[in-house]
Design a protein around this ligand. Structure first.
Ligand SMILES: [Zn+2]
Length: 301
């Protein structure tokens, strides 16, 4: 049974930052978005092979557990009363060479060869961390890598700890022992209690300051951040005209900085000088406000 289903990555804040960052930050954010989308697709590709397992398996996706230094994350954990299995999911496209002798994964894609750290070692590291977290180094625990992308081609031999998704049920079937060693109910409580969702503050995650975020009202047609308000209509140099362009810009603000905003912050982000006009926009598009006139804080919807 699926105890913890895969969670789709929340990308809105990442997309807002992508639209409002200079190079090279914008490039880094773009890569981050691709990684998250690919990771989620990889996890989803396990759904069918894992549905073939008997119902006495507990399946956890995306556990993030405390370790001595900080946290470690497990793409998928399978718990049976006889054993644990960690699945480190790789969703790379292209031609993959698992070069375990040199502790690397080579990927050839669109004429380029990229080198990645050996995912088998990554899975083994997670095993050490998990057993330490559980306080019992003797528990039987498999550390496996899943080459999840069905379009990927494997060059050379598949190392023993690397599986394609369709191999999972057969491999798991070979791991059954006679005596139960694991208390699944105890483990369920311990894992779910300790799970700590990843930081959702994207600025914090990328280690960037507010000053690195580009302000300005975003044009839906061309993506420029330079729309100018003329009376009540926003004008872009590309010719676009929009009455409510400030709404998506205030939404970007909320995603990046949170729901609290002052008139001064809104003037910066909307690139407007007229504090009265900004006050009208905020009054109309926030749920409530707090504090006296000059120090008033508005709460974005
Ligand atoms: Zn435009």
């Amino acid at each position: 049974m699926i105890v913890k289903p895969p969670e789709p990555p929340f990308l809105d804040a990442w997309r807002a930052l992508h639209a409002r960052a200079h190079m090279p930050l914008s490039d880094e954010v773009d890569q981050m978005i691709s990684r998250m989308v690919s990771g989620f697709q990889g996890e989803q590709s396990l759904a069918y092979p894992l549905s073939l397992l008997p119902s006495d398996f507990d399946i956890y996706y995306g556990l993030r557990l405390p370790s001595i230094e900080s946290f470690f994350q497990i793409d998928c954990l399978i718990v049976h009363e006889n054993f644990l299995a960690i699945l480190e999911v790789k969703n790379h496209r292209g031609t993959l060479l698992f070069d375990t002798a040199r502790a690397q994964l080579l990927r050839e894609w669109e004429g380029k060869t990229e080198t990645f750290p050996d995912p088998v070692l990554q899975a083994r590291r997670q095993r050490m961390q998990l057993l330490e977290f559980l306080g019992d180094p003797s528990l039987p625990c498999e550390a496996l890598v899943i080459a999840a992308n069905r379009k990927a081609r494997i060059a050379g031999d598949l190392p023993p700890d690397v599986l394609r998704p369709d191999m999972i049920p057969f491999y798991i079937d070979s791991l059954m022992y006679d005596s139960p060693l694991i208390d699944k109910t105890f483990l369920r409580k311990k894992l779910l209690q300790a799970h700590c969702p990843a930081e959702t503050d994207v600025l914090k995650r990328m280690g960037v300051n507010a000053a690195d975020v580009l302000p300005g009202v975003r044009c839906k047609d061309c993506g420029r951040l330079s729309m100018q308000r003329v009376r009540t209509v926003w004008h872009c140099v590309c010719g676009a005209r929009e009455k409510r362009a400030h709404l998506s810009t205030l939404e970007d603000y909320r995603l990046l900085f949170g729901e609290r905003i002052t008139n001064r912050q809104a003037r910066w982000f909307l690139q407007m000088q007229d504090s009265r006009a900004v006050h009208h926009i905020l009054k109309k598009n926030t749920v409530r406000s707090e504090g006296p006139n000059k120090k008033k804080v508005y709460f974005l919807r």
